[in-house]
Ligand binder design. Structure first.
Ligand code: DMJ
Length: 684
C-alpha cells in the first residue's frame, strides 16, 4: 500500500519502507479499444513476457529492499569509516583551525579581532578536533585519539578575547572535551567494560592521561558562567571568553533562543558531577526552570526566542525545529541521564502539546504558542528531522516512522534535504549543510525496529554524501536544485553525521564503545549514563546512602525458592518470591516494584539494569506498582514510570518471557544494586 501525504497527514497504516506518495494521479488507460485482436499464440508470448517482466521487477525491488547481508553492511560500515577519515585527515592538515574549508583546503579560524557577529560557533579553539575525539574511540583508533588529546592539551587556551555562542560552545566544545575525558579514563581502566576490544598495549597508550581534558572543560565552563548573570537565570546567548559580559553590547543583548538556554543541562551536570562543583548543574537547572515557568500556561507551548531579563517571549511561534529543537531533547535526556523525574514530567507535558498542536500527520508545523490553532509558518526546517529520533526514545514509534518517512520523501524529491521546505514538499530554503538530524533519526529507528528499510535509507544517504566528496572533505550545497557546492564543512559533519552513518551500519557489539552505557548529547557526544551514581550535593532529592541507612530501609528480591542472598552492601538484602513476578521489595511498608514488558519511561539507566535483572531472573513479567508505597505517588508519576524495552534503542533485548526458576546463586552485581538504589530514590 502506498500511503498518501496530504495536508492532513499520512495514511495511518504507514509502515516503514512503504513509499510515501504525495501526488498519485489516477492512471488513465486511453485508447484500449484501438488494440487489434490478438491471436492465441501472440497472447501466450505476451503472457510469458509479462511474467518474466514481473519476475525481474520483483527481483530488482527485492534486491532494493532485501535483507542486508552481513558483508554488505560491513562494507558500508567500512565506507563510513573511510569517509570520516577523509574528512578528519583533511582537517588535521589545517590544525589548529576550527574547521576546514573542504574545497579550498584552507583552515577556518576565528580571529580574536573579528567583530564576532559572523559565526560564533567557532572560537579559535580547534573546534573540529574536539568535536571528533569520541568518534576516534568509537572506531578504535586509540593512537590517533591520544595524539589528538596531547595536541589539545598543549595548545588549547581559552583565555582569549573572543565572543562565542554559549549554546554552541557548550554542545560542541564542552561536550566534546567531557566525552573524551570519560572515554580516556575508561580506556585507562582495564576493568571498565564501556570500552571494548582493546588490548593492553592500546589501553596503555592513555596511561599518561591525568584528567587534563576535564581541567580544560572546567576552565571553559567557568568562562561561560557570566552569561547566567540575568534576572531570570536564562543565560545570555553570547559571552566573551576572557571578559564575560563586560562589553555593553553583550550585556544589553537580551534575546536568546529556547534551545540555546535549554540545552545546557547534560554537559553542565556532567561537568558538575565530574568536578564536584555543583555550580554548573545549578545554573543549567535554573535556566530550565525559568523556561518552564515562562511556558504558556494553558497550551504548555514555548516560543523560540525569549528575553533573558524579563522572560517575555520575543518570538512566539512554537515548533520543534530551529530555536527549540534540543530543548525538548534535553528534557528527555536529562531524565535519562540524571534520573530526575521533574524533567520527564515537563517533557511529557510539552510532548502532549506538540502532538496536539504542532504535529499534523507526518508534518511538524509551527503554531502561535498562545493561539495554537493558528499556523505561524508555512515551512519546516531540516533541524526538525531529529524529532523522530526523540520520538523513538519516548516510545512513540508509529509517529516517528510517519514523520521520518515524510523527511525521506523530501530527500527523494530533491536528492538532499534542503534547509527548509514547504508543506507541499517544495524547496523553501535551498541550502544543504550535511546536517546529521535525519541520519540520527534513521539510526534510532533502525535500532528500534531492525527494519532493513532504514539501512537502505542510510545507504542512499551515504551515496549522496559521497557525491559531495571533494579534495579536503565533504562540501555542502548552496542550492540543492543547482548542485552548486558551498565551501563549508561544519564540525558536526564529523561529530554527528558521519558518526550516525557509521553506527547505523554497525551492530551493537561491533563498536569499541558500548552504547548501552552512554547517552548521546545533541552534538552526538557520549555522556555516561551512570552519571546519576555520582551525587551532586545540590540535588536534594537524590538518593543518598547515609539517608538510606538512617531510615533503615532494606531491599529484598523475593523468588520462588524463597532463597535470599546478601549483597555486598549491607543494607540490601535480596530474596526471591513466587508467582512468576520478580519483586524488589523495599520492606513491608514500602510496597513493591514490578516490571511489565509494556512498562515505559523509567530512566534508561534503570530500565537497562532492570531488563538485565529480569533476564537474570528469567521471569515472565514484572509490574511496577508504585501505588503500593506507604506514601503512594500520584498516578501521573506512576504512569510515567512505564517504559517499553522493545523500543528503547539502548535496550535491544526483549524481556524474557519464559518462566524458568530463578538462579540466584551468583552474587548480585553492582549494576543491579545501582538499579535498586535508583528505584529507591524515585519520588514517592
Ligand atoms: C549540531 O550542532 C547539533 O545537532 C545541534 O543540536 C543542531 N545543529 C547542529 C546540526 O545540525
Amino acid at each position: 500500500m502506498i500511503p498518501r501525504i496530504t495536508q492532513l497527514g499520512v495514511d495511518p497504516s504507514h509502515e516503514p519502507g512503504a513509499r510515501v506518495d504525495v501526488a498519485v494521479r489516477p492512471l488513465r488507460l486511453r485508447g484500449l479499444h484501438r488494440i487489434p485482436k490478438l491471436d492465441a499464440r501472440i497472447l501466450r508470448y505476451l503472457l510469458f513476457a509479462v511474467i518474466i517482466a514481473c519476475f525481474l521487477i520483483h527481483q530488482s525491488h527485492f534486491q532494493r529492499t532485501s535483507a542486508f547481508n552481513h558483508s554488505e553492511r560491513i562494507l558500508l560500515q567500512s565506507e563510513a569509516r573511510q569517509m570520516f577519515y577523509h574528512a578528519y585527515h583533511s582537517y588535521i592538515n589545517t590544525y589548529p583551525a576550527d574547521e576546514i574549508l573542504p574545497i579550498s583546503c584552507q583552515g577556518r579560524f576565528r580571529r580574536a579581532d573579528e567583530s564576532s557577529d559572523i559565526d560564533d560557533s567557532i572560537g579559535n579553539f580547534s573546534l573540529t578536533l574536539v568535536d571528533s575525539l569520541d568518534m576516534l574511540v568509537m572506531i578504535g583508533d586509540i593512537d590517533e585519539f591520544q595524539m589528538a588529546i596531547k595536541k589539545l592539551i598543549q595548545d588549547l587556551n581559552f583565555d582569549m578575547d573572543i565572543t562565542v555562542s554559549v549554546f554552541e560552545t557548550n554542545i560542541r566544545m564542552l561536550g566534546g572535551l567531557l566525552s573524551a575525558h570519560v572515554l580516556a579514563k575508561s580506556i585507562q581502566n582495564p576493568h571498565d567494560e564501556s570500552i571494548r576490544y582493546l588490548n593492553e598495549t592500546e589501553r596503555s597508550r592513555l596511561s599518561w592521561y591525568n584528567s587534563e581534558l576535564l581541567d580544560l572543560a572546567e576552565d571553559l565552563g567557568r568562562r561561560l558562567l557570566p552569561a547566567f548573570d540575568t534576572k531570570t537565570g536564562i543565560p545570555h546567548s553570547r559571552v566573551n571568553l576572557k571578559y564575560g559580559l563586560k562589553s555593553n553590547k553583550l550585556r544589553s543583548a537580551h534575546e536568546t533562543c529556547t534551545a540555546c538556554a535549554g540545552s545546557l543541562i547534560l554537559e553542565f551536570a556532567t561537568l558538575s558531577r565530574l568536578t564536584g562543583d555543583e555550580i554548573f548543574e545549578e545554573k543549567a537547572r535554573g535556566a530550565l526552570d525559568a523556561l518552564w515557568k515562562h511556558r504558556h500556561r494553558s497550551t504548555d507551548l514555548v516560543g523560540t526566542v525569549i528575553n533573558v531579563d524579563t522572560g517575555d517571549w520575543i518570538r512566539r511561534e512554537s515548533g520543534v525545529g530551529a530555536g527549540s529543537d534540543s530543548y525538548y531533547e534535553y528534557l528527555m535526556k536529562a531524565y535519562i541521564l540524571l534520573g530526575d523525574p521533574t524533567y520527564l514530567h515537563r517533557f511529557n507535558r510539552h510532548y502532549s502539546s506538540v502532538m496536539r498542536y504542532i504535529s499534523r500527520g507526518p508534518f511538524l508545523i509551527d503554531v502561535h504558542m498562545h493561539r495554537p490553532n493558528r499556523i505561524a509558518k508555512g515551512f519546516m526546517d531540516a533541524l526538525s528531522a531529529f524529532w523522530p529520533g526523540l520520538q523513538v526514545l519516548k516510545g512513540d514509534l508509529r509517529a516517528a516512522i510517519s514523520t521520518h518517512a515524510m523527511f525521506n520523501e523530501v530527500i527523494r524529491r530533491h536528492s538532499y534535504l534542503p534547509e527548509a521546505f514547504t508543506t507541499d514538499l517544495q524547496v523553501y530554503w535551498a541550502n544543504h549543510q550535511m546536517r546529521p538530524e535525519f541520519l540520527e533519526s534513521t539510526f534510532f529507528l533502525h535500532r528500534a525496529t531492525r527494519e532493513d528499510y532504514y539501512l537502505d535509507t542510510g545507504k542512499e544517504i551515504l551515496r549522496k554524501l559521497q557525491d559531495l566528496k571533494v579534495g579536503c572533505g565533504f562540501a555542502g550545497l548552496k542550492d540543492v536544485r543547482t548542485g552548486v557546492h558551498d565551501d563549508r564543512m561544519s564540525s558536526f559533519v564529523l561529530a554527528e553525521t558521519l558518526k550516525y552513518l557509521y553506527l547505523l551500519f554497525s551492530e551493537d557489539d561491533e563498536t569499541h564503545i558500548d552504547l548501552e552505557k552512554f547517552i548521546f548529547s545533541t552534538e552526538g557526544h557520549l555522556l555516561p549514563i551512570d552519571l546519576s551514581l555520582t551525587k551532586s550535593k545540590s540535588i536534594k532529592q537524590e538518593y543518598n546512602d547515609a539517608e538510606l541507612s538512617k531510615r533503615n530501609k532494606s531491599v529484598f528480591v523475593e523468588s520462588d525458592s524463597g532463597n535470599s542472598i546478601d549483597t555486598s552492601e549491607k543494607q540490601f538484602e535480596i530474596s526471591t518470591k513466587s508467582e512468576g513476578n520478580t519483586v524488589i521489595k523495599m520492606n513491608e511498608k514500602m510496597g513493591r516494584i514490578t516490571l511489565t514488558k509494556e512498562s515505559r519511561y523509567i530512566p534508561a539507566s534503570v530500565a537497562k539494569l532492570l531488563v538485565k535483572m529480569s533476564d537474570k531472573f528469567a521471569q515472565e513479567s514484572t509490574v511496577i506498582d508504585l501505588n503500593n508505597y506507604e506514601n503512594s505517588c500520584p498516578s501521573l508519576e506512576a504512569q510515567e514510570m512505564r517504559f517499553d524495552s522493545r523500543y528503547h534503542p539502548f535496550l535491544n533485548k526483549r524481556i524474557k518471557t519464559s518462566t524458568t526458576s530463578m538462579g540466584l546463586a551468583e552474587p548480585i552485581d553492582k549494576e543491579l544494586l545501582f538499579a535498586i538504589k535508583m528505584i529507591y530514590s524515585m519520588p514517592r
